[in-house]
Design a protein around this ligand. Structure first.
Ligand code: BG6
Length: 495
């Protein structure tokens, strides 16, 4: 258990992320006795609130969004004592000095040194302002105990990501910066490391000799909701592929690290990104497909086309769907395609990875009723179902030799989403304990931008005349099917 006293200042303390994710995660860690005994949260934003009013707002958030459901009165009473609020002006050093005074009161009360965490749950254009004001103010910036937490997007292209990293690194050490990609905190995603590296049967199969192709799919039923102004400037390539999907690819493709040291693990991931074959501008159309949703019907209700959503330009060229193919040019993966797809307003919300194995080299079942063994498949379901499933061929019980595909399933023993920690719980506990393994290092972020830049540039400079090119509640544009079909495969939609 972590014992070092900790104070966390949450910038954007009245924002959506704080209410939906950060506070429910800290509350659940508290319920599990995972927080240091001496722990304080200081929420801050421009608006004036009394502490009590602020706590009430956060309680509403927990009651609505926490995986453990409504807070029990006595638990909340104990937890909420740790929360105070201070209105501030992020751009004014004076506000930071007030935080420093508050923290020094905690120090006096606790009579110990403390860790200070600055959580920037604000628009990315304020990350540098916060960092600068921390450095100009009386606030602590100790290399061992001060940490800065930021959320994507980390820049909007390679250049701006480099500028952001460089700026932050003039104030903090890389070891102090925790860049969140919340997909890395998901339970099943973490288990891929255990599955791959704690089982001897995986490694001999995990390469171009036995694997035919890999599919990484993150489909969402929701549209852009109230995030039109952010999303219309970003698009799904920036919002999902540059970070979440490429990180999943890294976990599947990475070489085994020597141990779980944060830098060794991240070195292996960066190597994957660097090995991804560069898409040359002339070949973007054969390697990547974009889509934008039109209107449609979802559960009996008509939903608007993307261009009719709030804060979206009526002639927007922004993509809400992307599918693409990558090759990882190294010894293990030479010639094996990795297909990625993600989109909004699709038929189903489902995140999974499929490892499609090759067919048997020789078929000895030719005289049987079902006479071609199907190739094996490993299905890693991240959400909403959590499961890791092998599809194997088996004899159908009975007098004949008939083949049948059966599942060997690890389904987390029937545990449901509410039983296992949310990504933010894992990640926040890691920040508090100072473990950077699941956080994006500066070079990782930049290497991921390098992978997507040719597509990003091409898409921005060439409008897509076909938009909208898929209806809401469908599986995306037809040319995404064609992208994979030309290699002889198809997208695998799980039931
Ligand atoms: C976020 C994206 O990073 O991830 C959103 O900005 C997306 O557009 C979300 O909806 C998906 O996360 P999850 O955990 O719901 O799959």
């Amino acid at each position: 258990n972590i014992t070092k006293p900790t104070v966390i200042i949450v910038f954007g303390g009245n924002g959506d992320l704080t209410k939906r994710k950060i506070i429910p995660a800290l509350y659940n860690l508290f319920l599990e006795n995972r927080l240091p005994e001496k722990f304080a949260i200081i929420g801050t934003s421009r608006t004036e609130f009394k502490d009590q009013k602020y706590r009430d707002l956060l309680l509403d958030g927990i009651n609505e969004f926490s995986r453990t459901g409504k807070a029990k009165k006595e638990d909340w009473a104990k937890f909420s004592e740790k929360i105070t609020y201070q209105a501030s002006n992020i751009k004014d050093v004076g506000s930071y000095n007030e935080f420093a005074d508050k923290i020094s009161d905690y120090k006096k009360e606790w009579k110990e040194d403390i860790s200070t965490l600055y959580y920037c749950a604000v628009s990315p254009d304020l990350f540098c302002t916060i960092a600068e004001n921390v450095s100009k103010s009386k606030l602590e910036n100790n290399r061992e105990t001060t940490r800065m937490i930021i959320e994507k997007p980390f820049g909007r292209d390679l250049e701006s990501a480099k500028t952001l990293n460089a700026k932050l690194l003039t104030i903090f050490d890389e070891k102090q910066i925790y860049r969140i990609d919340h997909y890395l905190g998901k339970e099943v995603v973490q288990n891929v490391m255990a599955f791959r590296f704690a089982n001897t049967i995986m490694e001999p199969l995990w390469n171009r000799t036995h694997i035919e192709h890999v599919q990484i799919s993150v489909t969402e039923k929701i549209g852009v909701e109230d995030r039109g102004s952010y999303f219309d400037n970003a698009g799904i390539l920036r919002d999902m592929i540059q970070n979440h999907l490429l990180q999943l690819l890294c976990i599947i493709a990475m070489e085994p690290p020597i141990n779980f040291d944060a830098d060794l693990v991240r070195d292996r991931k960066v190597e994957v990104l660097k090995a991804i074959r560069k898409i040359v501008p002339g070949s973007v159309d054969s390697m990547a497909v974009r889509g934008q949703y039109g209107s449609g019907w979802v559960e009996g209700k008509e939903v608007p086309a993307y261009r009719d959503e709030l804060d979206v330009k009526p002639d927007s060229n922004t993509e809400t769907y992307a599918a693409m193919k990558f090759y990882v040019d190294n010894w293990r993966w030479q010639g094996i395609p990795f297909y990625l797809r993600t989109g909004k307003r699709l038929f189903k919300s489902d995140s999974h990875i499929i490892i499609q194995f090759k067919e048997v080299p020789h078929n000895m079942f030719q005289n049987q009723e079902r006479n071609i063994p199907k190739a094996n498949r490993l299905i890693i379901s991240i959400q909403p179902d959590m499961a890791i499933k092998f599809q194997l061929e088996s004899k159908t019980p009975g007098l004949e030799m008939t083949l049948n595909t059966v599942d060997m399933v690890f389904d987390y023993s029937g545990k449901t989403k509410g039983d296992s920690p949310e990504a933010y719980e894992t990640l926040l506990l890691d920040v508090i304990s100072g473990d950077q393994t699941l956080f994006m290092r500066a070079d990782q972020v930049e290497a991921a931008w390098e992978v997507v830049m040719p597509i990003l540039d091409y898409w921005e400079n060439n409008k897509n005349a076909d938009f909208p090119n898929y209806p809401a509640n469908s599986w995306g544009p037809e040319n995404a099917d064609a992208l994979i079909a030309k290699d002889g495969f198809h997208w695998i939609n799980l039931p």
